[in-house]
Design a protein around this ligand. Structure first.
Ligand SMILES: [Cu+2]
Length: 282
């Protein structure tokens, strides 16, 4: 009896150990109810922008405290009771030079780190792969030029078709899969009007402009789901253009590419080679 119980419990424990990693919750990057501050930065660019934001905030705090203190001093020290006959002073050269020069110096001091971050987020000199993102009214098209020009559309899931756990207005039928810990060049364009591909946690936010290609890059810190949305008014369904990035480990991404080539080749009748490949594998 007792022996059987031990066997039973160990079977349950072994089962849990096996299932555990499968059930492990994936990392999800999206805005939360009552969220304060920015989303957790999950790319090197996002980390740098976050740091710059903190630096600027402290500079602002300093300025606000200084101006408030000056105001309070003037209100108390120069009130009518204490100072019945005001002076007739109108100019003070030294003071005027100071209140012009000091803000200029503060702005220059801010410009240095902010330009550094701007250029850091602009391009990557050593991209390992490229993703093309095309905006359409009102969905996204993703193209993988380094993976056999794999191409598919990503449409939002209507409210009544959402499965449990799928966030409303953020879930799509075909998420864009990307490898984590990989330098990815992003080429953004549009097939109609101006859209904007924006993922807050990765600090990617760039216009998809018809007739030109905008470049940026991203390196996703770890596997998980990263949500964003179109951030340029592009028409009536502008608010129904979510972005769902599914970041996989590099190995799993390779497996996904093989699967996706078959899946999306089956969608398009035109690609004879891939259809042949599919038949062979079957
Ligand atoms: Cu749009």
């Amino acid at each position: 009896m007792f022996k059987r119980l031990i066997i039973k419990t160990s079977v349950v424990w072994l089962g849990l150990l096996a299932v555990g990693p499968v059930l492990a919750e994936e990392y999800v990057a999206r805005s939360k109810p009552w969220q304060m501050w920015l989303q957790e930065p999950m790319s090197p660019s996002a980390e740098k922008i976050n740091d710059l934001n903190v630096l600027l905030l402290w500079i602002e705090v300093g300025i606000v405290v200084f101006v408030l203190a000056l105001l309070a001093y003037c209100i108390i020290r120069f009130r009518e009771k204490r100072n019945p006959t005001p002076t007739k002073t109108t100019h003070n050269t030294a003071l005027e030079v100071a209140w012009t020069a000091i803000p200029v110096l503060i702005l220059v001091a801010i410009a240095v780190p902010s330009l550094k971050v701007l250029y850091y987020t602009d391009q990557t000199p050593n991209a390992e792969m490229t993703l093309k993102v095309a905006g359409n009214q009102w969905y996204w098209t993703y193209i993988y030029p380094d993976h056999g020009d794999l191409e598919f559309d990503s449409n939002p899931i209507p409210d009544d078709e959402l499965k449990p756990g799928q966030p409303r207005l953020l879930s799509v039928d075909n998420p864009v899969y990307l490898p984590a810990n990989t330098n990815i060049r992003l080429l953004l364009s549009s097939n109609d009007v101006i859209h904007n591909w924006a993922i807050p946690s990765l600090a990617v936010k760039l216009d998809n402009t018809p007739g030109r290609v905008n470049e940026t890059w991203v390196r996703i810190n770890k596997p998980g789901s990263y949500y964003g949305m179109c951030s340029e008014l592009c028409g009536v369904y502008h608010s129904f253009m979510p972005i769902h990035i599914k970041a996989l480990s590099r190995e799993n991404f390779k497996k996904w590419v093989v699967k996706a080539k078959l899946e999306f080749a089956a969608n398009s009748r035109s690609d004879e080679t891939l259809r042949v490949a599919q038949v062979e594998i079957r």
